[in-house]
Write a protein of this length. Structure first.
Length: 344
C-alpha cells in the first residue's frame, strides 16, 4: 500500500493448500482492517488490486502457465520446501526485486539450504517465541512436542534443520497418471477430526502399488465425510463397491459409510507389519499428492536416548496410516502361486 504499481505473487505448490492457508488469512486480514473492497477482488483470477495500482496475485506452482508467465516485482513462496529447484529457477527468472521463502526446516538436505549460502540471501530465523499473539494453549502444545520427539521439537519449535536421517520410507517415486497400469484398486481410510481424515487410493499390479490421495481434510463431520467421499469416488470413476480398508476404532462411522453404499472393512492395525508390507512393494505416489509426499519425507523412527527404537513417531502419519491399511489388506488377501500369500 506504500508502493505504487507493484506486482506481488504469493505462491504455494497446490492451489487448495494456498486457499486454505495464506489466501484465507490475507482476505480475513483485509476485512479485519476494514479495507476490503469486493469490487477490487477478482475471484476468478485470485487477485486483489489496491487503490495505488499494486496487485497481489495468488497461484499454485502446478499451474504451468502462471509459473512461466509474466514477471513480477516481489514473490512470496509459502512452505517453500515443497518446491523443486527447477520451479524455484522459473520463479526467480521472472522476479525483478526480491523473493521471500518461508518454511520449516524438516528436510535434512534441500536446495533452500544452498540458497542461504549465497551472499545476496538473508536468513530470518524465527520461532513461536517471537510471536506474542499465540494463544497460551498453542504455546503449551508446541513446548510439549519435545515429549513426542526431540527432532520434531527442534524443527517446529526451535526452527532448527532436521538432523534425522531415520526416515521410514525411502523407496517411493512419483508417477504420472497417464502411465498408470494396474489390476486392482483398494482404498485406505484413516479417520481424524483435529488431524486430517485421509483417503488414499492404492492401485496394485503384481508387486507394485501406485498411491494417490483422494481426500485429506480436517474437521469433517460424518455427513461431510460421506459427501466428500462420494465426490472423490465420482472424480476417480470408482464404483461404490470398491473395497475401503478403515480404522476400526470408529465403528459408528464405518456403519454410516456402509449404510450409504460404501464397502468398508476393518483394517489390520499392526503398525510394524504394515510398514514391512509397504516396504515389500515397489512404491509410487501421484505427483499431485502433496500431503502424501510431505508425510513420506517426515515419517521417522522414534529415537530415545540417541538410539532408534522399533516404533514410528506418531506424527505425519494420517495418509500413511491409510496407505498401510490398504497395502497390508492386499498383501494378506491376494492370490499367489501355490495358494494364499499370507493367512489372517
Amino acid at each position: 500500500m506504500q508502493h505504487n504499481n507493484k506486482v506481488i505473487s504469493i505462491v504455494r505448490k497446490s492451489l487448495p493448500a494456498l486457499k486454505k492457508s495464506v489466501m484465507r488469512e490475507f482476505f480475513q486480514l483485509l476485512q479485519t482492517m476494514k479495507i476490503y473492497e469486493p469490487n477490487r477482488h477478482r475471484k476468478v483470477d485470485n487477485t486483489y488490486e489496491f487503490d495505488n495500482g499494486t496487485i497481489i496475485e495468488f497461484f499454485s506452482i502446478d499451474d504451468a502457465q502462471k509459473l512461466r508467465g509474466t514477471a513480477r516485482d516481489i514473490l512470496w513462496a509459502n512452505e517453500a520446501n515443497e518446491l523443486t529447484f527447477e520451479e524455484f529457477n522459473q520463479l526467480n527468472f521472472r522476479t525483478t526485486d526480491k523473493l521471500l521463502f518461508d518454511f520449516n526446516p524438516s528436510d535434512s538436505t534441500h536446495w533452500l539450504y544452498d540458497i542461504l549460502e549465497r551472499p545476496n540471501s538473508t536468513l530470518i530465523h524465527s520461532t513461536y517465541k517471537d510471536n506474542p499473539f499465540l494463544p497460551k494453549q498453542m504455546v503449551q502444545q508446541i513446548e510439549e512436542s519435545i515429549l513426542v520427539d526431540q527432532n520434531y521439537y527442534n524443527i517446529y519449535a526451535l526452527g532448527l534443520p532436521s538432523k534425522s536421517t531415520h526416515t521410514i520410507y525411502t523407496h517411493q517415486k512419483p508417477y504420472i497418471e497417464e502411465l498408470l497400469k494396474y489390476d486392482e484398486v483398494i482404498l485406505g481410510l484413516d479417520f481424524g477430526f483435529k488431524h486430517p481424515t485421509a483417503l488414499v487410493k492404492c492401485s496394485f499390479r503384481e508387486d507394485i502399488v501406485y498411491t494417490k490421495e483422494m481426500l485429506y481434510e480436517s474437521g469433517l463431520t460424518t455427513e461431510e465425510l460421506i459427501q466428500e467421499m462420494k465426490t472423490a469416488f465420482k472424480k476417480e470413476g470408482l464404483p461404490m463397491s470398491t473395497t475401503i480398508v478403515a480404522d476400526y476404532a470408529r465403528p459408528e462411522i464405518i456403519e454410516e459409510l456402509n449404510r450409504n453404499g460404501f464397502n468398508v472393512v476393518n483394517a489390520i492395525k499392526n503398525v510394524i507389519e504394515g510398514i514391512d508390507a509397504v516396504k515389500s512393494y515397489q512404491l509410487y505416489y501421484h505427483q499431485d499428492s502433496m500431503n502424501l509426499n510431505r508425510e513420506f519425507k517426515n515419517y521417522k523412527w522414534k529415537e530415545v536416548n540417541e538410539r532408534l527404537i522399533d516404533e514410528p513417531v506418531k506424527l505425519f502419519d494420517d495418509a500413511l496410516d491409510a496407505l498401510r491399511y490398504a497395502v497390508l489388506y492386499h498383501k494378506k488377501n491376494r492370490r499367489a502361486t501355490g495358494g494364499w500369500d499370507f493367512t489372517s
